[in-house]
Design a protein around this ligand. Structure first.
Ligand code: GDP
Ligand code: MG
Length: 185
């Protein structure tokens, strides 16, 4: 009998402006909870989580990075060898947070990927989707156009909409990550 193939590393990194909800997304995914008040992430946090998908379990290694500019020079070490980068923005603060998302996408193009030269997969995550209901129709329209333009300019297939607050889209996002990783493995 041949020995079983070791599983791929399910290593994920969250990038994006501070306060877009990166830590909250990880907390929602790992504990099913949400806090209105969160502490700023210092440097980065490492979280592991066993996740059931279909009929098996995968073991996620998640790096939740700080968004603040003063930590930016440290961040490449967190996405080194990561398979998937979640580039997160705030659907309630689209213009500013997409600008920072662009910064990270450009950084990943230069420094992303693994030693085995598997390119890092980028998923664009629009968090705080629950707050969209407070936006008027014209504002929503403009934001949607800005997001669509951003996706096509940066060759991003899909926007993953989430709410760490009500949990919308969070499990689907992590299921999608498993699929990405296994396609490349
Ligand atoms: P980070 O700096 O990107 O890690 O952001 P945090 O997770 O610390 O969240 C910043 C603030 O946004 C906190 O007050 C959170 O409670 C809030 N927040 C995070 N995600 C959501 C969300 O999906 N909806 C709403 N309404 N607030 C959120
Ligand atoms: Mg944080």
């Amino acid at each position: 009998m041949s020995s079983p193939v070791p599983p791929p590393p399910y290593k994920v990194v969250l990038l994006g402006d501070s306060s877009v909800g990166k830590t909250s997304l990880v907390t929602r995914f790992t504990t099913s909870r949400f806090n209105q008040h969160t502490a700023n992430t210092i440097g980065a946090a490492f979280i592991t989580k066993e996740h059931s998908v279909d009929d098996r379990k995968v073991h996620f290694e998640i790096w939740d990075t700080a968004g603040q500019e003063r930590y930016r020079s440290l961040t490449p070490m967190y996405y080194r060898n990561a398979r998937v980068a979640l580039v997160c923005f705030d659907m309630d603060n689209v213009e500013e947070s997409l600008n920072t998302a662009k910064y990270w996408i450009d950084q990943l193009a230069v420094n992303g990927g693994t030693d085995s030269s598997v390119p890092i997969r980028i998923k664009l995550v629009g968090n705080k989707r629950d707050l969209l209901q407070t936006h008027e129709d014209t504002r929503r329209q403009e934001e949607q156009e800005a997001i669509e333009g951003f996706c096509s300019e940066n060759d991003l297939e899909q926007l993953w909409e989430t709410s760490a607050k009500d949990g919308h889209g969070v499990n689907e996002l992590f299921d999608g990550i498993v699929k990405d990783i296994e396609e490349d493995f």
